[in-house]
Design a protein around this ligand. Structure first.
Ligand code: ATP
Length: 595
């Protein structure tokens, strides 16, 4: 395949604010009871703190004037009771809220993964998979911190702020009036700087996605990287991406630090001045010492809650951005969808028909990768597709697998248009053996079972034997249980192919899509692969992207493709006799030595 992912566009939506967090609600709602318990605990904890202030006033005004010493005892018991309630409520809140955070974020991870794994390959041409990974890992972590702590911190502090303010009014309306003159002074900078913090957070998140997508690509192609001595260049490039991420993060941190400093300065400065005024009021007897103490206590509670809110507001905004990005992913609709009322495919025969199919890739809308492509493949027939690089051979496979839908024309399998069939039903009739087989980082059992997850061990072994894979798998240190390494790097090219063939045998498809390896295998491996393929092809419709003369000689028909158009159809002798593109290809392209 020649498709290269286009440079990432991160598909930003323009509006991102704290309200985006609303979209988390559907994930929180199923745990409504726990939310309710957490809320009750939260209210109790906040209430307990506020009661302490009133206790303080009573204690100072009544307990310290000597005539009622038992009040001190009551105050102590009262305080212990309140503190016990506070501890219990805090336990409940912490446990429930943290539990919610973990639960919700894992539900989101599942929902996002379940969704993105169904998006058609076309989507991943415009979206880097590293971006999707970053969203699944770091964005979900941000969301977790909100649901699992910051939301409750914000809420608790909001309650403290409201409760504290009410108590302030009751304690001294005059002083509180002064406090409220100061509030706009504090809120103003928070809003302005908060917006900047949010902007930098978003940029910071994007730079982190750059890091993971670069590292991902380099590590996945480690052999190419090292074979080309590309490590120094990669180091430099990765270094500059990391530094860019750091620089962006530094800007965000600087802004946050400034925000915090300004809030502290303003809040505590104002509290100091108000205290000074309050002190004079006590001296002149306008309020009692207990009232001033309670006032100070509540002022600290209110100031503390404003400080805490300004701290978490940045995090909430960051998480709002993360939520938005996650929900963006969930909103993505695949360009290839299951029909609303799928038609069942008839009993498998394996007739494949392309009728005047024209298709251009979404990334290149004005060049047709296939133009008026017409081909009927009879059940059991083998058809070789040949043509120069970029002729459209792989595209034929991609369309039959319905990774894309053609712009015009129809593709049918056993007489049913493939877009009328459910994707699962369609693909269950097909098996592909790709040029570069994809193995997963697990053992041979699971890699072969990939073809049909419900297959028994005996069936997997039989498929491996038919594919001539059992003979080398049995010689591995732990036989079929041997871990094959990430993407199968511990196997040779021919061995990987035999695993892929075993997988296809297990799948037992009616139509086989074979993309022949272009790289030469050693003679023995080649012969084993060929025998495995011959077995696999018996009685099945086979479309082969052919690179070897032996294959085209065996095929029932050969389709010569050039620039998305069929140039000729026939068998080897007919086509060779016609001269033209095929005979040029036959002499130049087919590796005749490997016959
Ligand atoms: P090769 O033998 O080199 O694999 P091919 O015959 O299989 O070539 P295709 O992969 O089918 O060729 O490509 C047909 C045309 O479509 C080429 O011009 C190619 O550049 C283009 N093409 C392939 N994949 C994409 C894609 N994902 N986005 C845009 N254009 C693509």
């Amino acid at each position: 395949m020649t498709d290269q992912p286009a440079p990432g566009s991160s598909q930003e939506s323009p509006r991102r604010d704290i309200l985006a967090l609303r979209r988390l609600w559907p994930f929180v709602r199923p745990y409504g009871k726990r939310v309710a318990v957490a809320m009750v605990a939260l209210v109790f904890a906040a209430g307990a703190v506020l009661v302490i202030g009133t206790g303080l006033r009573l204690l100072i005004d009544k307990g310290f004037n000597g005539d009622q010493p038992q009040l001190l005892d009551y105050a102590l018991f009262g305080l212990l009771g309140v503190v016990a309630l506070l501890a219990l409520a805090s336990y409940g809140r912490f446990y429930m809220v943290s539990w919610l955070g973990e639960r919700v974020v894992n539900d989101i991870r599942k929902a996002v993964f379940d969704h993105v794994i169904t998006l058609s390959p076309g989507y991943y041409e415009t979206m880097r998979s590293g971006d999707v990974m970053a969203r699944l890992t770091s964005d979900t972590t941000l969301v977790e911190s909100v649901v699992g702590s910051q939301a409750s911190v914000a809420l608790r502090n909001l309650l403290m702020f409201v409760g504290g303010t009410v108590m302030l009014f009751f304690t001294s309306a005059k002083l509180t009036g002064l406090v409220f003159l100061v509030v706009p002074l504090v809120i103003g900078p928070i809003l302005v700087l908060g917006r900047r913090v949010r902007r930098y957070s978003r940029a910071s998140q994007e730079r982190i996605a750059d890091i993971s997508s670069y590292a991902n690509e380099a590590l996945q192609s480690i052999r190419t990287v090292q074979a080309f001595n590309h490590e120094p260049a990669d180091r430099v490039q990765f270094g500059s991406i990391v530094e860019a991420a750091f620089a962006t993060a530094r800007k965000r941190i600087a802004m946050r630090a400034l925000l915090t400093a300004i809030v502290i300065l303003l809040v505590f400065g104002a509290v100091g001045i108000i205290l000074w005024i309050g002190g004079h009021d006590v001296i002149s007897g306008r309020i009692s010492a207990g009232e001033l103490s309670a006032f100070v206590f509540y002022a600290i509670v209110v100031a503390g809650s404003v400080g805490a809110i300004s701290e978490v507001i940045g995090d909430l905004q960051r998480a709002a951005g993360a939520t938005d990005r996650l929900m963006d992913l969930l909103d993505q609709r695949s360009t290839v969808l299951d029909p609303p009322q799928p038609v069942a495919l008839p009993l498998a025969r394996g007739e494949v028909k392309f009728e005047r199919v024209t298709f251009a890739y979404p990334a290149r809308p004005d060049t047709s990768a296939l133009h008026e492509f017409d081909l009927t493949v009879q059940p059991g027939e083998s058809v070789a597709l040949v043509g120069p690089s970029g002729a459209g051979k792989t595209t034929v496979f991609q369309l039959l697998l319905r990774f894309y839908d053609p712009q015009s024309g129809a593709i049918t399998l056993d007489g049913v248009a493939i877009d009328k069939v459910s994707l699962a039903d369609l693909r269950s009739r097909l098996a592909i053996v790709p040029q570069e087989p994809v193995l997963f980082s697990t053992d041979a059992w699971e890699n072969i079972r990939y073809g049909r997850p419900e297959a028994s061990d005996a069936e997997v072994r039989a498929a491996a034997e038919a594919a001539r894979a059992a003979e080398f798998l049995d010689r591995l240190p732990e036989g079929f249980k041997t871990f094959l390494g990430e993407r199968g790097v511990r196997l040779s090219g021919g061995q990987r192919q035999r695993i892929a063939i075993a997988r296809a045998i297990l799948r037992n498809p009616s139509v086989l899509l074979l993309d022949e390896a272009t790289s030469a295998l050693d003679a023995e491996s080649e012969q084993a692969v060929q025998q495995a393929l011959d077995k696999l092809m018996v009685g099945r419709t086979t479309l082969i992207i052919a690179h070897r003369l032996a294959t085209v000689l065996k095929a029932n028909r050969i389709v010569v493709l050039d620039q998305g158009r069929i140039q000729a159809i026939g068998n080897h002798a007919e086509l060779a006799a016609q001269g033209g593109l095929y005979s040029r290809l036959a002499t130049l392209q087919f590796d005749q030595t490997r016959e």
